[in-house]
Design a protein around this ligand. Structure first.
Ligand code: PAF
Length: 289
């Protein structure tokens, strides 16, 4: 819903203004959806806005580069910030409001609380990026409490993040329905990500091999290949394709994310490989045997 004067989606910067707008909508009986983002919006984010719009009457998109989910030496400072471009991108979507708080609004002086989730955070990104999921769980809890949406949506691209969010929303009885948005891919199959913008032309070509190698793994596992062999072969193929290192290729239970010993149920492959200093994440469903 764009403003008639500017043709752009209105922006609020404070929790008070966000709450005033959401409670006005709720008093009219409207259902509200929230799409949390860190901006640098690409078609993966826009697909989340479209997907949630089918479930609600008004869509809030939050844009906040959350410092507490970045570790030391990560890309907090260079993370792309492009508010005007993001606003323009949202003007062709069903977004009704942008919530773009400052760091001080979200973490005022004296802030001292953390939402911390056990179990599902412990492997993969949680193991490699200490503190990352505490930062995500804390900011997402705050956004849900500030906005009070009926529904919120998160991309399946960050598969472990989605599992963590489902866990604490259930554990903390937060009254919101969580939707998973399908992973959106570029034409060559690379998972859409704001960090793809960091890749050089050559690296971008190599990156396009990631999904092909994972698809081969899925086909091989569904045809009966041993899981550890399939993971090891995919890792080797990624290095041969030009990736610098592979953080993990792991076949896991799709809900608990516990690594599987055998293909005895539907599963998920989670993978992260590094290229030119960029960590690329991908994941795919593996059908039940
Ligand atoms: O997925 C993201 O962009 C972020 O982790 C999120 C959920 C917006 C929290 O900062």
């Amino acid at each position: 819903m764009t403003s008639p004067e500017t043709g752009l989606v209105p922006v609020v910067h404070t929790v008070a203004d966000l709450r005033a707008q959401v409670s006005a909508w709720k008093s009219e009986g409207l259902r509200v959806g929230l799409v949390p983002t860190m901006g640098a919006l690409h078609h993966g984010h826009l697909s989340l806005v479209d997907a949630i719009a089918g479930h609600v009457d008004r869509v809030v998109v939050s844009i906040f580069v959350n410092p507490t989910q970045f570790g030391e030496g990560e890309d907090l400072d260079k993370y792309p910030r492009q508010m005007e471009a993001d606003r323009k991108a949202l003007s062709d979507t069903p977004a009704s409001l942008i919530f773009a708080p400052t760091v001080e609004e979200m973490y005022p002086g004296g802030f001292a609380s953390t939402v911390s989730v056990k179990g599902v955070t412990e492997g993969f990104e949680g193991a490699l990026r200490p503190g990352h999921f505490d930062g995500v769980a804390t900011i997402v809890t705050k956004l849900l409490m500030q906005c009070g949406p009926d529904v919120a949506i998160f991309g399946e691209k960050d598969y472990q993040q989605l599992a963590v969010i489902r866990r604490f929303v259930a554990d903390l009885d937060i009254p919101v329905e969580i939707l998973g948005g399908a992973l959106i891919r570029e034409p060559d199959g690379l998972a859409a990500s704001s960090r793809n913008a960091y890749l050089s032309e050559d690296e971008r070509r190599v990156a396009g091999r990631f999904n092909v190698i994972l698809k081969d793994l899925v086909t091989a596992v569904e045809a009966g290949k041993d899981l550890r062999t399939a993971e090891a072969e995919a890792g080797k193929k990624l290095i041969e394709a030009g990736f610098d290192t592979v953080d993990y290729v792991s076949i896991v239970d799709p809900d608990s994310l516990a690594p599987l010993e055998s293909h005895d149920r539907a599963a998920r492959v989670l993978a992260v490989a590094r290229l030119g200093g960029v960590r690329l994440l991908d994941n795919m469903a593996i059908g039940a045997p």
